[in-house]
Design a protein around this ligand. Structure first.
Ligand code: SAM
Ligand code: SF4
Ligand code: F3S
Length: 445
């Protein structure tokens, strides 16, 4: 996150772990604190307030958090005025335990209370007593939160809070609460605001975004929302994350096919390529069901970039079932996939299953899967060799000494050019590829 550093007394540093939702929440935390007189600093040692926006998706995320906080003890010794807070998903289940594990921690807040942050910090500074502010859910989420965005051309737009899917492995419904959609009007208003500020690209965020609007009165859908926001002036590219396959609907694919600003990018996590495992994960669909949607999607949007998440070593997963997952990566030709070893999480049903898979087996399976994911990603990227891609220029990559941008399909592209092009859309001919990115040459128009 980079904001102006000139500073009166108060400086804040926020470290963000986890998903895009956390990134987006951190931008709101910074917005709230900026209103209260705080300025951003890149340096923890210069900060009067350090916040960690934590993730709880896997056990190692929690251990990393505790390790991080441990290292901050020295900073507190150097600067007795320093206030340290932890927010995000971990406090939702660890609550005051965090204060016991980390005695130099001052404020523990959660996914539903970060809008109170300025108040909480002031209260701590006055009383010097540790504060825990956690609630399970809000009946209504505040709409008027100021935001200091990290990107200058791309903005995250939360359209849905929480998740009610309760996949057996996942802690998110416990840390983020039940699904609550924002109204299309509130979403459109935020998009109009970012467009007026010069943002050209938006990503709509929801943990189970394909059920967007099903809980509203009157009910609506993600497909309808895309139509509703499509013509907002200034916005050139629209994406959304994350789609649960079971909630895929025709009107969404039609919207993707019909609306020019909606990019050819779909993150559609399969999680496992075996029906028995999917059933035990409570994903509520089969591999063939997934295959039918992929076929439909590719028929209507032939250039669709398709990505997935996978978990290996889910309780009870046999070698054969794991190999079905490997096979599914080849079958569906994913452009990329996030992979992880299953990690038991508190309160989730799968953590209680007796047939947990040995850590060494999980590690081996993860390595195997990663190898195939890279191989397939490279094959997919090779298909773009020689093609001309419309690329949004995002940044100058100091290390490589070149520009970095993204295709409509969300692929990273490196190319030479003037940093003044940042924020513009240029045409790039793809000359070379790796599993993770494309390299190209800019066409002069
Ligand atoms: N809502 C999305 C979905 O339905 O796929 C993603 C939620 S989660 C933030 C991102 C990914 O983390 C999941 O897709 C899953 O692959 C992985 N994940 C969740 N719980 C996990 C666990 N207990 N162990 C390992 N990976 C996990
Ligand atoms: Fe977790 Fe499933 Fe909800 Fe995704 S849909 S956040 S994996 S419970
Ligand atoms: Fe992590 Fe919470 Fe996101 S657990 S992945 S930060 S919703």
């Amino acid at each position: 996150m980079s904001t102006a550093t000139q500073s009166p007394a108060r400086r804040v540093h926020i470290e963000t772990f986890g998903c895009q939702m956390n990134k987006s929440d951190s931008e709101k935390m910074l917005g709230l604190l900026a209103k209260d007189g705080y300025h951003w600093t890149d340096e923890q040692a210069e900060a009067d307030l350090i916040l960690i926006n934590s993730c709880s998706i896997r056990e190692n995320a929690v251990n990393r958090l505790i390790g991080h906080l441990g290292r901050m003890k020295a900073l507190k010794r150097q600067n007795p005025e320093l206030v340290i807070g932890v927010g995000g998903c971990v406090p939702q289940h660890e609550k005051e335990n965090l204060l016991k594990r980390v005695p130099h921690l001052d404020i523990v807040f959660g996914t539903h209370t970060f809008h109170k942050l300025p108040e909480l910090v002031r209260e701590f500074r006055e009383n010097q007593r540790p504060i825990v502010s956690i609630v399970r859910q809000l009946d209504e989420y505040p709409e008027e939160i100021p935001v200091v965005r990290e990107g200058q051309h791309h903005a995250w737009i939360t359209v849905q809070h929480g998740c009610s899917a309760f996949c057996t492995f996942c802690i998110v419904p416990y840390t983020r609460g039940q699904q609550q959609s924002r109204t299309p009007e509130a979403v459109a208003e935020e998009i109009r605001k970012v467009a007026a500020e010069g943002y050209k690209e938006i990503t709509l965020l929801g943990q189970n975004i394909n059920t967007y609007g099903w809980d509203l009165e009157p009910a609506t859908s993600l497909g309808q929302l895309l139509h509703y926001i499509h013509d907002i002036d200034g916005i050139e590219r629209i994406r959304f994350l994350t789609s649960h396959p079971v909630n895929m609907r025709d009107d969404l694919i039609d919207a993707m096919a019909e609306l020019p600003k909606v990019c050819e990018f779909l993150h559609l996590p399969l999680q496992a390529g075996n029906d028995e495992v999917l059933k035990r994960m409570r994903r509520n669909h089969t591999v063939e069901f997934y295959a039918e949607w992929v076929e439909k999607i590719r028929a209507k949007v032939p250039d669709m970039v398709l990505t997935s998440d996978f978990i290996v070593g889910y309780p009870g997963e046999t070698e054969e079932q794991f190999l079905d997952t490997v096979e599914s990566v080849r079958r569906f030709a994913f452009d990329s996939a996030n992979t992880a070893s299953y990690s038991p999480r508190p309160r989730t049903p799968a953590a209680m299953f007796k047939d947990q898979v040995d850590e060494a087996v999980k590690k081996e399976r993860l390595n195997h899967l990663n190898q195939v994911v890279r191989e397939v990603a490279l094959q997919q990227n090779r298909r773009h060799l020689g093609s001309i891609q419309e690329v949004m220029v995002e940044s100058y990559d100091e290390k490589r000494g070149n520009l970095k941008g993204r295709t409509r399909g969300n692929k990273i592209v490196h190319f030479e050019g003037n940093p003044r092009l940042i924020g513009q859309i240029v045409q790039i001919k793809v000359m070379d590829v790796t599993p993770n990115s494309l390299r190209g040459r800019m066409l002069v128009s």
